[in-house]
Ligand binder design. Structure first.
Ligand SMILES: [Zn+2]
Length: 323
């Protein structure tokens, strides 16, 4: 962590990023567009990902991160021109309502059909952001989107990173798009990638693995993910869970509360900090050099804290019952 007064350019001496965690080089405009399979493509700026499917009747765009912004249009134009197909964007599908993945959606306003989960619609109505038009085609559990002879299967399997995060399966392209849970080759950022439902987040990769696919569009960083990437992520989360359980059982809270006296919250902080520190330290050590940025300790620390709290509050018990 940087200390107060440390300049932005004066970063700690982090471990080198494994080459395998990095994606292809970006072009002069700052994007890379690559074929996933056949007429399915993904676009990245190195940190965020969008995808699109070219069809004989038009182009379907999946997510529009503002950081890629107008480069989504450039990527579509580039590919459509190269393949002699229409560059007319006819549909935009939201993976979930978050602005960092949909905040450039309004760039496609016009004759576009907006598609998303019914909870995405509800949340976008709540948020009232003109940059993210509200989906008009919505669904509760499943929806098959058919455009120009192509087929995309959308499904909601419960809340995880967000309440509305959906699985986007391309059965004819051997591809699954599922955003903000697995970061290909990298650790999740703070609090399990800023997730709202911890048990849902922890269970989601197994649901993703149950689909048939060879390519995985995870929404972040520069490259596509593999089944091995999802497995490594699952192992990381399983290790955090096991370590949190061990630490919860091993650290005796009593001395912390005794020392804190009538400042009960000081006791809570000291106890939970001790549990988190004991649980997170071996994970950081194990995954440094395996997952990029594993040595940015605050990420594993906050993810461990969130899982440890979920073990208490969701799984239970939160503590012994008073006799
Ligand atoms: Zn998100």
């Amino acid at each position: 962590m940087t200390s107060p007064g440390t300049g932005a350019t004066d970063l700690p001496d982090y471990a080198p990023i494994p080459r395998s965690a990095l994606g292809p080089a970006l072009n002069e405009q700052g994007y890379y567009v690559g074929r996933v399979e056949r007429n399915l493509y993904y676009v990245t700026d190195g940190v965020y990902q969008s995808a699109f499917l070219t069809t004989r009747d038009g182009v379907v765009v999946f997510d529009a991160p503002p950081s890629i912004g107008h480069n989504i249009r450039r990527a579509v134009d580039e590919i459509a021109a190269a393949n002699g197909v229409t560059n007319q964007v006819t549909h935009l599908v939201y993976s979930h309502h978050h602005a960092d993945h949909g905040g450039a959606a309004s760039l496609f306003e016009g004759d576009v059909v907006w598609v998303g989960h019914e909870e995405t619609r509800r949340l976008l109505l709540r948020d009232g952001d003109p940059a993210r038009p509200v989906p008009e085609v919505t669904f509760a559990d499943r929806y098959t989107l058919e455009v120009g002879g192509e087929r995309v299967e959308l499904a909601w399997h419960g809340p995880n990173h967000s309440p509305d995060n959906i699985y986007i399966h391309f059965p004819d392209h051997d591809t699954l798009m599922f955003i903000d849970v697995v970061n290909a080759g990298w650790v999740p950022i703070y609090n399990l990638n800023l997730s709202e439902d911890v048990p849902g987040y922890m269970a989601a990769p197994a649901i993703a693995q149950d689909y048939p696919w060879r390519h995985f569009i995870c929404g972040h960083l520069g490259r596509l993910a593999t089944r091995e990437d999802v497995s490594v992520h699952q192992q990381y989360i399983a290790d955090v869970e096991a370590s949190a359980k061990e630490a919860l059982a091993a650290v005796n809270p009593v001395p912390y509360y005794m020392a804190a006296g009538e400042n009960f919250w000081a006791g809570v902080k000291a106890h939970l900090d001790a549990v988190t520190e004991r649980a997170a330290a071996p994970i950081t050590a194990k995954y440094t050099g395996v997952l990029a940025a594993a040595d940015i300790e605050i990420f594993t620390w906050t993810t461990t804290f969130a899982i440890m709290q979920s073990l208490r509050l969701d799984s239970g018990p939160s503590g012994p019952v008073h006799p």
